[in-house]
Design a protein around this ligand. Structure first.
Ligand code: PMP
Length: 403
């Protein structure tokens, strides 16, 4: 990573914290034994694993025995959703239309299986959940409701407590993909109302390839990877360096509520300064979900009808690393399904760019964007929103979208 680059893609991944790197190196160098071995070296590794579990549990407000380490949130989501099929004699799966692309693909696959019964709760134009639809879809035939805590593209927060009440009233379980919320806002598994929660270390300055599924104590959720590790819930030799880095990143953020407020408020102030500055300098800039409760670090916006690729190219010239949305669906020619789900027309959705900050983002970095981006795209933006001369060849193939 070039030191001068301005990294504004923290929802894709975050730089590992020094504490996480140090803990990983120590585990690699000194604690490389297999935690399932009975000799002293193995028992040392097992002890380290136990300490890491305690740190992660303290950070997430759960009991150590509720933590099942996985290779990340994708795996945790798979264990949660695949386990739902046939659970308690029910087969229904209800998801929000905001779920991560990987979750939506998995749900569509599950819907093809015999007895597969999958329904999606739609979104309103402000990015929030259609709660009237949630109430009608969550019935006593549903095994699992899966709603993310915060959307990875818009940052809009979902009403987890209310969804938990609806699910439990019908005897259904609730899975929450908390990947994007954890590390940006406080999260407490015990108070969340969720039965299963997915998290990923690399979204809060831990390493990639490690995460956890939290499973409420007493819930006998089906096992996807049988084996002896993780109390029989997830076989496979534990990724000790990854888990050590995860625990160190979690411990670093196990702050008092006051610190959390400062941490989140600072990010929100910088994000708002960025959005408001851009909206002032570039009329026609629209921020999706701007008035909804959102993560403090996320801005999903479009500059008139300038195609996202063009804006990202200009940002790249300013050294700004950003993306057109979820890293898992970016790079294609398809618009964000979250935006189309909110009713945003396709040609507008193709213009959306996501800027996501971290607690390390500086005022100087935001001011650099504010000082230079308007000059780079202001003229193009005015052209893109002006009525097209008639006839215009572009208007036939890509109405209103300038690439
Ligand atoms: N869920 C959400 C909401 C995400 O943003 C991501 C990461 N893009 C994932 C799941 C997948 O996480 P991981 O990279 O740990 O598999």
């Amino acid at each position: 990573m070039h030191p001068d680059w301005i990294y504004l893609d923290h929802n894709a991944t975050t730089p590992p914290a020094t504490e996480a790197v140090d803990a990983m190196l120590q585990a690699l160098r000194e604690n490389w034994a297999n935690a399932s071995s009975n000799h002293d070296a193995g028992q040392d590794a097992k002890q380290m694993l136990g300490q890491a579990r305690v740190k992660v549990a303290r950070f997430l407000g759960c009991k150590p025995a509720e933590v099942v380490f996985t290779s990340g949130a994708t795996e945790a989501n798979h264990i949660a959703l695949r386990g739902a099929v046939g659970f308690n004699g029910r087969s229904g799966l209800v998801l929000s239309a905001a779920e991560h692309a990987g979750v939506q693909k998995l749900a569509r696959q599950l819907a093809q299986q015999p007895g597969g019964d999958v329904a999606f709760i739609g979104l309103l134009s402000d990015g929030t959940l259609d709660m009237a639809q949630a109430r009608s879809l969550i019935t006593d035939r549903v095994a699992l409701v899966s709603v993310m805590a915060a959307n990875n593209e818009t940052g809009v927060l979902m009403p987890i407590g209310e969804i938990a009440r609806l699910a439990h009233a019908q005897g259904a379980m609730l899975h929450v993909d908390a990947t994007q919320l954890v590390g940006k806002l406080p999260f407490d598994f015990g108070k969340s109302g969720a039965d299963l929660v997915s998290v990923s270390a690399h979204k809060f300055h831990g390493p990639k390839g490690v995460g956890a599924l939290l499973v409420r104590q007493g819930l006998n959720w089906p096992v996807l990877f049988p084996g002896s590790q993780e109390r029989g819930r997830r076989g496979g030799t534990e990724n000790l360096p990854g888990i050590a880095g995860f625990a160190a990143a979690a411990e670093r953020l196990t702050l008092s509520p006051d610190d959390w407020l400062t941490h989140s408020a600072r990010m929100a102030t910088l994000r708002d300064r960025l959005e408001q500055g851009l909206q002032r300098a570039l009329p026609g800039t629209e921020v999706y979900g701007q008035l909804s409760p959102r993560l403090p670090n996320t801005s999903f916006l479009r500059f008139g009808l300038l195609h996202a690729d063009l804006v990202l190219n200009k940002l790249g010239r300013l050294g700004v690393q950003a993306s057109s949305g979820s890293a898992c669906s970016a790079g294609g020619n398809e618009p964000s399904t979250v935006l189309t789900g909110m009713g945003v027309p396709r040609n507008e959705a193709l213009c959306a760019v996501r800027l996501s900050l971290s607690a390390d983002t500086t005022e100087a970095q935001i001011d650099h964007v504010l000082a230079h981006l308007p000059r780079e795209i202001g003229g193009l933006m005015a052209e893109s929103t002006a009525p097209l001369p008639h006839p215009h060849p572009d208007s036939v193939t890509s109405p209103g979208v300038f690439a």
